[in-house]
Each structure stands twice: as C-alpha cells, then as structure tokens.
Design a protein around this ligand. Structure first.
Ligand code: HEC
Ligand code: HEC
Length: 423
C-alpha cells in the first residue's frame, strides 16, 4: 500500500515535471515540418535585399548617405539650434530615446520607434501617415514640438557653404536665380518663417519643396544603412534547419525554445508579428490604454486621412519617378482601423523600453500581461484575444523575445555624429 502511494507520488511529480518541461513531454528543440517552415520565415536569412524606392533615386548613393548622416545629427534644422533627429533617435539606444513620449522643443504625442530595419516598411509612423522614408524625414523638421523649424530654414542651410557642394553633387545645381535672392532678402526681414513662406509665389514654393524633399531623400539614404543584426534566434533557426540539435541546444535554452513555441503556437503572436522583421506591416487595434490625461489615439484612421492629402506622398510632384502608387490605390480602409497602430518589429526590443505607441508599458512583462488579459479597447475594438497563460509561460515568452536582440549590422561610423567624431 505504502509503495503504491509512494509510486503515485513519484508519478505525479514526474507528470508535473513533464508539464513544466513542455506540456505534452516533447523535446523543446524538436520541431514539426510546418513549424520549421515557420521558423525559417521568421529568420533574418529570409529578409531579402532592400529594394530601391523609385521615388528616391538617391537611395543607394554613397554621397547622399554621407550627407544624410550629417543631416541626421544636424541641429541647425531646428528652431533652437539644439534638436536633431538623434535627439530622439539615439544610436546607442537602438535609435530610440528611452522615454515614454518623446521631447523635442515640446512634448511629442507618441513613443519614438527604433529606426533599425525601418527602411523595409511600406508605412511610417505608428499610424502610417507617411508612405516613404524620405517624406517621413521632412515631418519632424516642421513639427512644432520636435525640430520646430521650417523648410525655408532648411533650404537656406543647403545654400550655405557647409552643404552646397555636396547637395549639388548629389541632386544637381541649386536653382540660383529664382530662389536665393528672394529668400535672402526675406531672411533679413522681421517676418517669421510662415509669413516669409506665404510671401513666395507658386513657382518659388515648388522649388523650395523640391530642395526640401531632396533633404529628406539624403536622410532616407542614410537610414537605409541601419540594418538589423543576426540574433541568437537566427542562429538557432540555422541550427534547426541543419538538424544540428547539439548546436540548437547550445544556442537557445529549453525555457527560451518553449517561449518560441508559444509565440508561434498557443499565443498566436505570429498572427501579426510575422516575417523576418516580426511585423506584417499592417494596422491593428490591440487595446492599449491612453496615457492619463491624453485623449484616445485614433491611430490609422487619422493617419490615413493625413496621408491621402500629403503633398509629399507617392502621388505628389516630388517623386523622382512616377509610380503606380498601388499602396495608396488599394489602401485598406474601414472602421476596424480606429485606434489601430502599425505592428512594430520585435527585433529592437533590447534597451528600447518603454513600449507601446505612447510608452504605456515600462517593460516586456507589462506588454505580456496586457496580452494575457486583453481587456476591451477604449477606442475601437481590441483584436487580441485573452491568452490566459500561466505566469511561467509568460516568462518563457519574455525569455524568447530576448533572444531576438542583436546590435545592428552597420559600420561604426554610421552610428557616430560626424560633427564631433571624425571617421
Ligand atoms: C522630438 C523627438 C523626435 C525627433 C527630433 C525626431 N523624431 Fe522621429 N519619431 C519620433 C516619434 C515620437 C515618432 C513616432 C511618432 C508617431 O508615430 O506619431 C517618430 C517616428 C519616426 C520614424 C518612423 C518609424 C516607424 O517605425 O514608423 C522615422 C523613420 C523617424 N522618426 C525618423 C526621424 C528623422 C529622420 C528625424 C530627423 C529629421 C526625426 N525622426 C526626428 C520622435 C522624434
Ligand atoms: C492583432 C495583432 C497582434 C497580435 C496578435 C500581437 N501583437 Fe504585439 N503588437 C501589435 C501592435 C499593433 C502593437 C503596437 C500597439 C500599440 O502601441 O498601440 C504591438 C506591440 C507589441 C510590443 C511592443 C513593441 C514596442 O516596440 O513597443 C510587443 C513586445 C509585442 N507586441 C509582442 C507581442 C507578443 C509576444 C504577442 C503574442 C502574445 C503579440 N505581440 C501579439 C500587434 C499584435
């Protein structure tokens, strides 16, 4: 009798261990054919070369990349000569700023995303209100709470001795007669930028916009260099594909592999975080609360409205090549986009807390707790279903997410301010 009791206790303990180890007692590093295919699709090896955007023919031009790097760290495109792109996109923080909502001249509305791998995206900003990297780069310069500057200030900088020769080598001669005389006399007047702008005629405005859009194109050429690096997860997938279980075992722990299994399985994360950058590049409402005091963020609904009337969108006059612009033609609309945000990549989580479009989550565990409960959304409808996972499963998921960390694949000099460090 005693033996029997002891036996069943041992059995129970064993069963419990099996549950903890992997639910149905499978080997954590053993994957079915379908799962292996899915893992391969998530690996960085599946990320193709970055295509050139035909609306920006300077995208791969080396001089444009150098110029873009200088512009990225340039503070003279701001109202107080103190804000640059790198104020909020700091290279040492994976191009984020470590705060919930960014601060430039004032308080921005949202959390600064990482820029690593961003050039692969078809949409920019959490609400996708820009459809090219170069058009995006123009917006913060004129946003009152970011650079707070004006396109005229940027254009005058291009005419100055620091940029002129590089600009002309990349984009051709600056239009001398038409613009500069008027701009200079305007610059000496007491008018503010907006008044000076309205004093210009349509032809001058068009020329200014062309130069301004070229500035964005140089910045975009620089940002295209910020490529994601190979992570432990990518090495793990390579080992699994090679059937090298020993290497797989040494690359990822059982705990992490179980997190991966949840990620692609029971937790359905790959419904939205899929492909080699862990994003489907689509917009979803996942029920994030607003920051206290802020009104609920309309997300994609508002972003789309702004994109369609943007003079710098792919239908505008400032594209280098006229394109079909299918992304805009067949853009998804509908009420489910209320409060929806673009699915962010999960390759840049390390050191980029807080998370969420307004920095709502201090750490990864807080994000996972949010998905686990999936409460009703404040605006629109929460697409995510409650996961109801055990605490230790959330730990596994978190451990897996950490295996995606990797420094970007980019030469050191591109991470440094050229004004303070000589390459
Ligand atoms: C004051 C801080 C601040 C400054 C300065 C700033 N940004 Fe940003 N950036 C942000 C914030 C915040 C967002 C997200 C805003 C949103 O989605 O509404 C963002 C979004 C972006 C995105 C879109 C990323 C994505 O995944 O969709 C890119 C690209 C970007 N910024 C590049 C730049 C460039 C280039 C400059 C300089 C010309 C710049 N930023 C200046 C804070 C800043
Ligand atoms: C329905 C689509 C969808 C599903 C399913 C989904 N996500 Fe997300 N995820 C998003 C969107 C959209 C955001 C941005 C939400 C926001 O800020 O409003 C996001 C944000 C995140 C963030 C924050 C990233 C950052 O840089 O701020 C993490 C981490 C994350 N998701 C992990 C997961 C994990 C893990 C799962 C599975 C448990 C999951 N997601 C399931 C769409 C989804």
């Amino acid at each position: 009798m005693q033996l029997l009791v002891r036996g069943s206790i041992v059995c129970l303990a064993l069963a419990l261990l099996l549950v903890i180890a992997g639910c149905d007692g499978h080997d954590a590093h053993e994957w079915e054919e379908m799962e292996r295919l899915e893992l391969e699709s998530l690996s960085l090896a599946a990320l193709g070369p970055l295509p050139l955007n035909p609306t920006n023919l300077a995208g791969n031009n080396e001089l444009a990349q150098e110029m873009g790097r200088r512009l990225f760290f340039e503070t003279r495109m701001s109202a107080n000569d103190a804000v640059s792109c790198a104020t909020c996109h700091q290279p040492e923080r994976r191009f984020t700023d470590g705060i919930g909502v960014s601060v430039g001249l004032g308080l921005a509305e949202r959390n600064a995303p990482s820029l690593i791998g961003v050039a692969y995206s078809p949409w920019f900003y959490w609400d996708g209100r820009k459809d090219s990297l170069w058009a995006q780069a123009l917006a913060p310069i004129e946003a009152v709470n970011e650079h707070g500057s004006h396109r005229l200030q940027v254009v005058l900088l291009m005419y100055g001795e620091d940029y002129r020769s590089t600009y002309e080598e990349v984009f051709g001669d600056l239009p001398q007669a038409l613009v500069i005389s008027e701009l200079e006399s305007l610059a000496q007047s007491d008018l503010d930028w907006a008044q000076r702008w309205s004093a210009l005629g349509p032809i001058e405005k068009g020329l200014v916009n062309q130069i301004f859009s070229n500035v964005g194109k140089a910045i975009a050429a620089y940002e295209r260099l910020l490529m994601p690096g190979v992570s432990r997860f990518d090495q793990y997938v390579a080992a699994i594909i090679d059937d090298d279980i020993k290497l797989a075992n040494n690359t990822m722990s059982v705990h992490e592999a179980e997190g991966l299994r949840l990620f692609i399985g029971a937790a359905s994360c790959t419904q939205c975080h899929n492909g080699p950058l862990f994003t489907n590049n689509a917009f979803h409402n996942t029920g994030l609360l607003s920051v206290p005091g802020a009104t609920p963020d309309a997300g994609r609904i508002r972003g789309l409205r702004e994109l369609l009337v943007d003079e710098f969108n792919c239908r505008g006059a400032y594209v280098d090549t006229t394109i079909e612009c299918d992304e805009l033609k067949f853009v998804k609309t509908g009420s489910e986009l209320r409060g929806a945000m673009r699915t962010p990549s999960l390759r840049n989580l390390q050191g980029t807390a807080p998370f969420g479009h307004a920095g709502q989550f201090p750490d990864l565990r807080a994000v996972l707790d949010h998905y686990n409960e999936a409460l009703d959304a404040m605006i629109g409808h929460n697409e995510a279903k409650p996961l109801e996972l055990w605490p230790w499963q959330l730990e596994q998921l978190e451990a897996f997410l950490e295996t995606l960390a990797a420094p970007p694949t980019v030469a050191r000099k591109w991470l440094q301010d050229p004004n303070t460090v000589e390459p």
